[in-house]
Design a protein around this ligand. Structure first.
Ligand SMILES: Nc1ncnc2c1ncn2[C@@H]1O[C@H](COP(=O)(O)OP(=O)(O)OP(=O)(O)O)[C@@H](O)[C@H]1O
Ligand SMILES: [Mg+2]
Length: 275
């Protein structure tokens, strides 16, 4: 998707969002029992403000790709660019590129001895923001993710869904240009997950951030995405990229529309072809 066709340039951050270009990325993990070829020849452009879902069987390399995009893991070959700037140069990462990225994983990973607001404001503290500014921004973000009233609670006092919301708020604290999410709702019950999907859609619309979202759930992938990327294992390659043209904002009812069902069925067929 090109910059011109990127969806919803509605938010304040839309102008800051950047596109990502992955070219010829390979990842080989050396292990005691030999090499594991986790990714091979990955080429992917994610448009500015675009929402891309990554799906595929367990072990196909979704987390590996997301970790490379997050700056946590160097690719064995190939390049990653964010906003036209190389993210890795000769195996070394450019920290300035990754400073603008927000990360959310399956586990919320909140600090138990900090309150919700303190956890959410932590990235700002690391960037030198003062106490009052951090508090103000944390309260704003708690409202964005539906945690108003729980700012001064501790993580142990929250449900799993609320902890994930806090993790998302923390990821948004520094106005990320790119949001990278690895099965953020994988541990939640179905009802909470549906609600979180609606909220994430809203957060994406307001923030304007570019999102790469990993999930095992094909309906979840389709509901959220502008395009769904299907990876195939051993080694992980892109098997297909399916555009989702359903208008936004999408309500829960979109899942009963024929077009939604057709896209889900197409992705399931692609997955079954691997067997
Ligand atoms: N640190 C590591 N060392 C060696 N091999 C690894 C490492 N991390 C992942 N792998 C291997 O790389 C391949 C891809 O793993 P990855 O975690 O990226 O898959 P995934 O698609 O995220 O799977 P899941 O859906 O189960 O989370 C697998 O074969 C895995 O065993
Ligand atoms: Mg994974």
């Amino acid at each position: 998707m090109t910059q011109e066709t990127a969806p919803r340039a509605a938010g304040d951050l839309a102008s800051r969002a950047v596109g990502i270009r992955v070219s010829g990325v390979d990842k080989i993990y050396p292990t005691r029992r030999g090499e594991v070829h986790a990714l091979s020849g990955i080429d992917l452009d994610v448009g500015r403000g675009e929402f891309v879902s990554l799906v595929g069987r367990s072990g196909c390399g979704k987390t590996t790709l997301l970790r490379i995009l997050s700056g946590l893991l160097a690719p064995s070959a190939g390049t990653v660019e964010a906003g036209g700037r190389p993210a890795w140069v000769a195996g070394r990462r450019d920290d300035a590129v990754f400073a603008e990225f927000g990360l959310v994983f399956q586990e919320a990973n909140l600090f138990p001895w900090f309150t919700v607001a303190e956890n959410v404001g932590l990235p700002l503290k690391l960037r030198g923001a003062g106490r009052a500014a951090r508090r103000a921004r944390a309260l704003e973000l708690c409202a964005t993710v539906g945690l108003s009233g729980f700012e001064d609670s501790y993580p142990r006092e929250l449900s799993g869904g609320m902890r994930q919301r806090a993790a998302i708020a923390r990821a948004l604290a520094c106005d990320p240009s790119v949001l990278l999410m690895d099965e953020p709702f994988g541990a939640l019950d179905a009802l909470t997950r549906d609600r979180m999907n609606l909220e994430l859609q809203q957060i994406h619309a307001v923030s304007g951030a570019t999102v790469v979202f990993v999930t095992h759930s094909i309906p979840e992938a389709v509901f959220l995405a502008d395009r769904v990327v299907l990876l195939t294992p051993r080694p992980g390659r892109i098997r297909s990229i399916v555009p989702v043209g359903l208008p936004r904002p999408r309500s829960a009812g979109v899942e009963s529309q024929p077009e939604f069902g057709e896209i889900v069925a197409e992705l399931r067929r692609e997955l079954d072809r691997e067997d």
